[in-house]
Every structure is written in structure tokens, then in C-alpha cells.
Design a protein around this ligand. Structure first.
Ligand SMILES: O=c1ccn([C@@H]2O[C@H](COP(=O)(O)O)[C@@H](O)[C@H]2O)c(=O)[nH]1
Length: 234
């Protein structure tokens, strides 16, 4: 049976008023919001905390540094109480294990964020991988990093929708798979390379899809969010 897939709305803006307006769309459709580097660096953590009030947030800062630095950074994020948090799988198993330890030590039980490891960015294709010295396919690289990250303590993975069915086959039904790289049929992909539609991502087995521009740049963002929620419910 195909499970339902949740929608996470990416609030990629430097404007707190704009972010709040989009967050209200997520509230109205009962969805989670994603706050990333753009908003956090432009507006600061007080603004992140204000947006997070009464909401579930996915804090997508893609931490990637030496283990001690990542662990300390995660401790500093505890006050924001994110529901999900990202680190880069490319930081390796020691960094991921340190992130796991820090989540367990610094968040109250019941308030621990889902620790997600970003595998291969959805903006990368085979040529991009080759250019950084990786000769396997995106599919193989995502599985390799995914297995390593889960063994080191991550709760789930960020990958493209194109890898989801393969990961489900190899990693099982329970792993949390959060999936950006979502575009409507025949829409422009922007800087995304490995894309699928919301319905295809659901069919493949995504736990959550992350959608930004297809909603925020739509003529009617709320109507588009509702449409995507419907697609995700089959
Ligand atoms: O591999 C990744 C990891 C994160 N993202 C983030 O998702 C959204 C996608 O936005 P769109 O406008 O729908 O393309 C964005 O915030 C990225 O930072 C990703 O795209 N790929």
C-alpha cells in the first residue's frame, strides 16, 4: 500500500514578513515549514525562533564541519526546538556520530529533532559528481552515503525523489526519506537536476517532500500548496 507523503514548505526568503505570510499558508494546509540558510543568515536566530513559535520546523542548515564543531553547533540549536535538522553525510561517520550524541545530550526526550543526513544534493547530476572525483552514479552514491549515515546514527536521509524507490528496496520501509527536487509536470526545473512530481515522489515512497519555488513563485501559492497536498494524498 502507498503511504501518504507530507509536504514541507521551504521559506526561502530574506524577508521575515514574507516568511510569515508563507508560513500561514503552511498553517492553513496543516504542513511543516522549512527554514534554511537564506532566512537564518539574513534574519538571525531570533527571527527563526519567532517563526518557530507554535509551529513544527525543519531547520535545514546542512551542518558540515569537524565533529566537535558540529556537536557544539547542534547544542546551540536546542533553544529553537526544530522537529528536523540536517547535517551533510559527506562530513563522514565520526561527524554524524558526534551529531547524534549532541542531539541525545542536548534535547529533552520527546523533543529530539529527526537527524537527517543530506546525501547527494538534488542540484547535482552525474557530470557534477564526476567533477568532484566521484565516478559512481548518483543512485549508488546516495545508497553508499545513506547506509553509512544511518549506521553512524542519522534517523533519516535527504535525497532526490529519483532514489527513493531504490532506497526503500535496500534500507526498508521505516527510514525517514525527505525529498526536495519536486517539480510539477512540464515545469521548469530551475537549478534542480534530479526531479519528479509530487505524485511520483509519493508513489516511490517519500516520507516528506520539500517544495519551495513551485509554491512560493506560483500565481496563487495557497492554491498550489493545496493542489500539492491533494496529489500527495493520492
Ligand atoms: O539536496 C537538497 C537539499 C535541500 N534542498 C532544499 O530544498 C528546497 C527546494 O527548493 P525548491 O525551490 O523547491 O527547489 C531549498 O530550500 C533547498 O535548499 C534541495 O533543494 N536539495
Amino acid at each position: 500500500m502507498v503511504k501518504n507523503t507530507g509536504l514541507i514548505l521551504a521559506l526561502d526568503t530574506k524577508d521575515p514578513a514574507q516568511a510569515e505570510q508563507w508560513a500561514k499558508i503552511a498553517d492553513a494546509t496543516g504542513q511543516m515549514i522549512k527554514i534554511g540558510m537564506e532566512f537564518t543568515y539574513a534574519c538571525g536566530f531570533d527571527a527563526v525562533a519567532r517563526l518557530a513559535q507554535g509551529r513544527k520546523i525543519f531547520l535545514d542548515l546542512k551542518l558540515h564541519d569537524i565533529p566537535n564543531t558540529v556537536a557544539s553547533a547542534i547544542a546551540s540549536l536546542a533553544s529553537v526546538k526544530p522537529a528536523m535538522l540536517t547535517i551533510h553525510a559527506l562530513g563522514g561517520k565520526d561527524m554524524i556520530a558526534a551529531a547524534r550524541k549532541s542531539v541525545d545530550a542536548n534535547f529533552l526526550s520527546g523533543q529530539k529533532p529527526i537527524l537527517l543526513a543530506v546525501t547527494v544534493l538534488t542540484s547535482m547530476n552525474q557530470e557534477n559528481l564526476n567533477s568532484i572525483g566521484i565516478s559512481v552514479t548518483p543512485l549508488e552514491q546516495v545508497l553508499l552515503l545513506g547506509k553509512m549515515a544511518l549506521a553512524a546514527g542519522a534517523d533519516g536521509l535527504v535525497c532526490s525523489p529519483q532514489e527513493v524507490a531504490y532506497l526503500r528496496e535496500h534500507l526498508g520501509e521505516d527510514v525517514v526519506l525527505v525529498v526536495p527536487g519536486i517539480r510539477m509536470q512540464d515545469a521548469v526545473a530551475d537549478d534542480q537536476q534530479r526531479v519528479m512530481t509530487p505524485a511520483q515522489a509519493r508513489q516511490a515512497g517519500a516520507s516528506w517532500v520539500v517544495v519551495g519555488r513551485p509554491i512560493t513563485k506560483a500565481v496563487d501559492p495557497e492554491a498550489m500548496a493545496k493542489h500539492i497536498v491533494q496529489e500527495l494524498q493520492g
